[in-house]
Design a protein around this ligand. Sequence first.
Ligand code: G3P
Length: 241
Amino acid sequence: MRLGKTSAFAHPSFFFRHAGLEFMKFFVDTAEVAEIRALAELCMVDGVTTNPSLIAKSGRDMKQVIAEICAITPGPVSAEVTATDATGMLAEGRFLRAIAPNVAVKVPLTEAGLIACRTLAAEGALVNVTLCFSAAQALLAAKAGAAFISPFVGRLDDIATDGMRLIADIVQIYRNYPTLRTEVLVASIRHPIHLVESAKLGAHVATLPPAVIRQLLKHPLTDKGLEAFLADWKKTGQSIL
Ligand code: G3P
C-alpha cells in the first residue's frame, strides 16, 4: 500500500466519507498551481481535478504539477491516466498513486477504464471515473467500485441536452443504495447555476473552474449595499477601534 505512514483511517477517502461532513465539497478544476493556492486561501479547495487537457494547458510536467497540488490540499487530487488499455491504465494508475497519498486516479468510462477501476479500487486507490454522459454509465462506475463518478454537465448542455437531468437521475439512483460509496462529482461546470442546481439535487461534489468560483462570490447588490453602509457610517465620524 503506497500510503506510507498514512493509515486507511487517515486516507482522504476516510476523511470525506466518515468525518460526518454533511455539505457539498468544492473541488477546483484546474492544473494551475497558483490558482489553487489562491483559492485555498478562500478555504474553497476540498480537492482538485485535472485531466490531460488541463495539464497540457499548464505547459508543465504532469508529475511535478500533481505533486505540487497534492502538497497544497489534503483532499483528493485527480490525475488522469492516458493509456487506453487496462494493463496500461493499471501501470499508470499505480505510478500516479505513488506521487502522493491523496492522488485519486482518473480513468475514462470505457471497458478498460472499468476493469482498471475495479483493480485499483481493490488495491485501496481512490478512483474517479470520468467522461460520464449517461445514468447507465454511472451504474457501471458504481459497480466497478469508483470513489467518484464525473458526469459532464456542460458538454451535454453544449449539444442541447439537459446536463442537470443526468445529475438528477444519477443522484436518484444512487440514493436508493445508502451504503454505496460512489460520490457524484459534477464536472464540466460552466456557470454558478450548474453548481446551485447540483447542490439542490444533493450531488456530493462539484468541480469548479476557478473563474466560476469567483463568479459565485460576486453580486452587484452586495457591492452597492456595502458602499451605502460605509458612506452612512462615515457620516457618523465614529470608528470601531
Ligand atoms: O473535469 C472535467 C472538466 O475539466 C471538463 O470540462 O469545460 O472541458 O467540458 P470542460
